[in-house]
Design a protein around this ligand. Structure first.
Ligand code: CUA
Length: 357
């Protein structure tokens, strides 16, 4: 009995050891932060409870049957001729103990056909209702964001606002966001677990979904479809801001460098010159400058982002310098090439990009 208690105790600790960190994790999808994830979570739990009920009932009956009607080996210690004879006797005795054999009982058959039918109905009705709720247009008040998956970063375009950004999607709190999901290369999958379930980004096809954040905060997401070597490093963040802060971000987008003094301004000007004349401008766009490239993320608000390279580096001047000077060591296979910059040029470009906030 003491052994049994110890095993149960260890099992409980094991389950808690796995479950507690999962529930505290930033991508724990059963802790929803918006109506879409909440509705999906409720449907999942309803289905889970029904399945658990079926599992416990069926396993319970199975275990009861196995124990109750097992063959009791009374003569197991005996050997040889005598043993065989004894086993035969035991088998005959067991046959006598067979449970009642039921065949063609209409009442029972109707009952065990009706039970699954009713259970499936209980699952089907909310499933169909939720499918329509999720496919419905979120209304004229919705903010539209076009999401484009790239190997390995996310592009977010706000057609109503004329804004393009990357990897961090800023949204106003409490407002539905209509997402138009596309891909520039291979199949990706947009997933921000606390806000909504997954949606494929497929080349040549447009998918739609909507989500909404009820509280300000940063919601973590990631690509959920194997899309190449850096699939795991194709992260994203949804930054939900109070309306006033969101409006400020919109108003500030594209206003140009923010500097504190003349010396910084000079460095920023030099950095901008490097950016607009060296390889950078061919792939990246910065609003209000000659840089109009579209192969890489739009960097108009790069200084205001919390991370670099699709969520794998914290956005600090040191990391920015490291990323620009040797992208392949940070993200091998990324389309970002190494641009041969002198240490001074690198410092100036970092100063310039950091000032775009
Ligand atoms: Cu994109 Cu995985």
């Amino acid at each position: 009995m003491r052994h049994f208690q110890r095993i149960v105790g260890l099992a409980a600790m094991g389950v808690a050891g796995v479950a507690l960190p999962v529930m505290a994790a930033p991508q724990y999808w059963l802790d929803p932060a918006g109506p879409v994830a909440a509705m999906q979570g409720q449907l999942f739990l309803l289905t889970l409870y029904i399945m658990l009920g079926i599992f416990v009932t069926v396993s319970g009956i199975l275990v009861y049957t196995l124990v109750r009607f097992r063959e009791r080996a009374k003569a197991s210690a005996r050997t040889g001729e005598a043993g065989t004879a004894a086993r035969r006797e035991t088998a005959a005795a067991a046959e006598d103990e067979l449970p009642p054999q039921i065949e063609g009982n209409h009442k029972l058959e109707i009952i065990w056909t009706l039970i699954p039918f009713v259970l499936l109905l209980i699952i089907a009705i909310p499933t169909v209702r939720l499918s329509f709720a999720l496919a419905a247009d979120p209304g004229p008040d919705a903010l539209e964001v076009r999401v484009v998956g790239h190997q390995w970063w996310w592009e977010f375009e706000y057609p109503q606002l004329g804004i393009v950004t990357g990897n961090e999607m800023r949204i106003p709190v409490g407002r539905p966001i209509r997402l138009i999901i596309e891909s520039a290369d291979v199949i990706h999958k947009f997933w921000v677990p606390k806000l909504a379930g997954k949606m494929d980004a497929i080349p040549g096809r447009t998918n739609q979904m909507w989500l909404q954040a009820d509280e300000p905060g940063i919601y973590y997401g990631q690509c959920a479809e194997m899309c190449g070597t850096h699939h795991a490093n194709m992260r994203l963040r949804v930054v939900a801001l109070p309306q006033a802060e969101f409006d400020a971000w919109v108003a500030n987008w594209g206003r140009g460098p923010v500097v504190e003094d003349e010396a910084q301004l000079a460095a920023v000007e030099r950095g901008r010159m490097v950016f607009e004349t060296r390889a950078c401008y061919a792939c990246h766009a910065i609003e209000g400058t000659a840089a109009r490239g579209t192969a890489g993320p739009n960097l108009t608000d790069i200084g205001s982002r919390t991370t670099l390279a699709a969520g794998i580096l914290e956005n600090t001047p040191e990391n920015l310098a490291r990323w620009i000077s040797d992208p392949q060591s940070v993200k091998p296979g990324s389309l970002m090439p190494r641009v041969g910059l002198s240490p001074d040029e690198l410092r100036d470009v970092v100063a310039y990009l950091s000032s775009l906030r």
